[in-house]
Design a protein around this ligand. Structure first.
Ligand SMILES: [Cu+2]
Length: 429
């Protein structure tokens, strides 16, 4: 989208968003179990029971895909694996039960003193000396293995299969592990300047799916990973526009995690802290991800604070985040471009075109062509404005545009929106 004019880009963005305004989706169902932002499993003893099992996920183009994933053993299949939240420096126990038709395992990169059934975690070899697994595994169909480790430095980590990795990772065996600093649950790392606003915490677990591989595994046919081509690109196991739906949306029963960032503008008195977004790449290629309209501040990489030996702040502002395979990046993000809410202080005058030059579609949508979507204006009498309360929506997506598709159809895939409510909050008009 880099070569489009700003005006055109905003028009595209607004056109895409207004058709699928999340508040419209949201109000269609009971909001009982639905929520926004990070959902994670916690346990006072930091002991978790995961089941490697199979199930199906849906894609926005109507496909249903056979997957493998790690479910919380108390719940049914879900994709991606359940997000685990633990505290740095404390022991964690993960019991893996395997319901899959082949052996599987979990590796915990970045964690300390990892053990499997009490023995040091280490690669496994068959009698001929060939590697069979990066770590002790649970046998097919009903095996289990207990991993223990000391949670590493505060930040975000993948946990993922260590067995037949190319195939099993493609099948979906991965999840996010959030390690919190001891005593500072609202900081990303041990530094005070990594504090984030209460509840404004988001995980973006990025991955991809080649449906041909999944169909072959489902049918017990040979799998050819060398000719694999990804067709679906996911944030938290969902593709746009499903990414906009809330957590636990009932129409996505096996894909519980939403990916809509929902914040208010920075304000020194009332909203001084940023949101945090935890990016993880569980795929095989780089995902160059960016929100429109704002930089993000990268403060952690692979679970380590970006700081010098004397504690120097080595964080940096970035517009496009290149999240490499296996990598995690933790960012802070706040919204400071708020002048548009008040036309009298707007430093960038935006000429709103004549009504005859505006995009008017049917009786459903209306778009002002203003660079600022944040003002709820009167609309022509036969039009419906989906802008709920003067909020902004900005697209955030993979800049490798084939990753922003559903089997080639844009807009889709690894795409979501950031929603910025007016400073006083969202009061429907
Ligand atoms: Cu873009």
């Amino acid at each position: 989208m880099k070569r489009l004019s700003v005006q055109r880009l905003l028009a595209l963005t607004a056109a895409a968003v207004l058709v699928i305004t999340p508040s419209v989706i949201w109000t269609q169902t009971s909001a009982a179990a639905m929520s926004e932002g990070l959902l994670c499993d916690t346990d006072a003893n930091q002991t978790f029971s995961l089941t490697a099992t199979d199930g199906y996920v849906s894609t926005p183009d109507g496909n249903s895909i056979y997957m493998w994933s790690y479910a919380n053993s108390k719940r049914g299949f879900q994709f991606p694996g359940t997000t685990l939240c633990v505290e740095s420096g404390r022991q964690v126990t993960v019991v893996l039960h395997n319901k899959l038709p082949e052996a599987t395992s979990i590796v915990f990169p970045g964690q300390k003193a990892v053990k499997a059934n009490g023995n040091p975690a280490q690669p496994q070899f068959d009698s001929g000396g060939s590697l069979t697994s990066l770590v002790q595994s649970a046998a097919a169909t009903d095996g289990s293995v207990t991993y223990t480790f000391t949670a590493g430095s505060p930040g975000t980590y993948l946990y993922e299969t260590g067995t037949d990795v190319d195939k099993q990772q493609q099948m979906g065996l991965y999840g996010a592990l959030v390690v919190r600093p001891a005593g500072h649950a609202n900081q990303v790392n041990d530094r005070g300047d990594s504090a984030f606003a209460n509840g404004k915490e988001y995980v973006y677990l990025l991955s991809e799916i080649d449906p041909d591989v999944h169909l072959a595994v489902e049918r017990n046919q040979p799998v050819n990973l060398n000719s694999s081509v990804a067709r679906y690109f996911m944030i938290n196991g969902r593709s746009m526009p499903d990414t906009l739906a809330p957590n636990n949306a009932p129409w996505l029963p096996t894909q519980p995690y939403g990916a809509l960032v929902h914040i208010k503008p920075y304000d020194a008195a009332t909203n001084p802290l940023p949101a945090t977004i935890r990016y993880l790449n569980a795929g095989s290629v780089n995902y160059p991800f960016h929100p429109h309209g704002s930089d993000e501040r990268v403060i952690n990489r692979d679970g380590h604070a970006l700081a010098g030996p004397e504690g120097q702040d080595l964080s940096y502002q970035k517009y496009d985040l290149d999240v490499g395979p296996g990598q995690t990046l933790d960012v802070l993000m706040d919204w400071r471009d708020v002048e548009g809410w008040n036309a009298t202080t707007n430093p960038i005058p935006t000429q709103i075109p004549a009504i005859t030059d505006q995009l008017l579609v049917g009786s459903d949508t209306w778009f002002s062509e203003s660079g600022y979507l944040g003002t709820k204006n009167a609309v022509p009498s036969n039009m419906t404005q989906n802008n709920e309360c003067g909020e902004y929506y900005h697209i955030a997506h993979s800049h490798a545009l084939e990753q922003a598709t559903n089997y080639g159809a844009a807009f889709g895939g690894m795409m979501t929106v950031f929603r910025i409510d007016p400073p006083a909050g969202c009061v429907s008009q």
